[in-house]
Design a protein around this ligand. Structure first.
Ligand code: PEP
Ligand code: MN
Length: 270
């Protein structure tokens, strides 16, 4: 692929990114947590529940990119401090979205992985900024982006000096309206033949429907993904964002059991 030099599979070893005790790209990564950090109690309660169910990294948005300016925008710094506390209490590393290039360096004091959301995948000033820091970056696929555009965005980060990029397929816009987006699972094997970077899948934002998330998580595992990122809330009806797509801790636990079985089976195929 033209101009993909640092991200290309050719002449590079497979990238492994160590975050806490998790080796992303080697160990299966299970990222879970609420869409938004809403309060300290809510975040720590959910963090404990997802950890108990088998998650190894906590997610939670402190800066929320919302369609409407009147929707909850996130707790900002207060939310990041809560995530910091959740890490301290659970031992799980945390990932949170950065929306603004001016926030990149100071956010690194509170979180372990910087997330670039779908709406900012091609925000080149933001990509350059996260390319300058010493923190892994979770780069979501733009909802209108091709594989090539997405890889070029990873190349932006790598070319600034940050080698730790994790790709995340989260669905793309198609004519379909039943699901929120269309999950392009072919992106997983495609990325495996194009790049050495790890790739994880987000069936939550891809489908937007609780009933579709567990089957798509299993399909993502079968496709060869290095991990999953899933939204979990213990009171979805009251969630301040994305309430229609939050799994309960119980459903998450049941799903993780199936994932573990599937992974055992897949290891026997190798
Ligand atoms: C999120 O993970 O909270 C999020 C907003 O995801 P996306 O950028 O994929 O919509
Ligand atoms: Mn969300």
């Amino acid at each position: 692929m033209k101009d993909i030099k640092l991200a290309a599979l050719e002449n590079h070893d497979k990238t492994t990114i160590q975050v806490g005790s998790v080796r992303i790209g080697k160990d299966f990564v299970l990222i879970a947590g609420p869409c938004s950090v809403e309060s300290e109690e809510q975040t720590i309660r959910i963090a404990n529940a997802v950890k108990k169910a088998g998650a190894n990294i906590l997610r939670g948005g402190a800066f929320k990119p919302r369609t409407s300016p009147y929707s909850f925008q996130g707790l900002g710094l207060k939310g990041l401090k809560i995530l910091d506390k959740a890490r301290e209490q659970t031992g799980m590393p945390v990932v949170s979205e950065v929306l603004d290039p001016r926030d990149v360096s100071w956010m690194c004091d509170y979180i372990d992985i910087l997330q670039i959301g779908t709406r900012n995948m091609q925000n080149f000033s933001l990509l350059k900024e996260v390319g300058k820091v010493n923190k892994p970056v979770l780069l979501k696929r733009g909802m209108y982006s091709t594989i090539s555009e997405w890889l070029n965005c990873a190349e932006y980060i790598l070319s600034e000096g940050n080698p730790e990029v994790i790709l995340c397929e989260r669905g793309i816009r198609t004519f379909e309206t039943y699901s929120r987006n269309t999950l392009d699972l072919s992106a997983v094997p495609a990325m495996k033949e194009l790049t050495h970077l790890p790739i994880i899948v987000d069936p939550t934002h891809a489908t937007g429907r609780v009933s579709l998330i567990p089957p798509m998580c299993l399909a993502a595992v079968a496709s060869g993904a290095d991990g999953l990122i899933v939204e979990v809330h213990d009171n979805p009806d009251q969630a301040m964002s994305d309430k229609d797509q939050a799994l309960t801790p119980e459903t998450f636990y049941e799903m993780v059991q199936k994932i573990l079985h599937l992974r055992d089976f897949m290891e026997k195929l190798d």
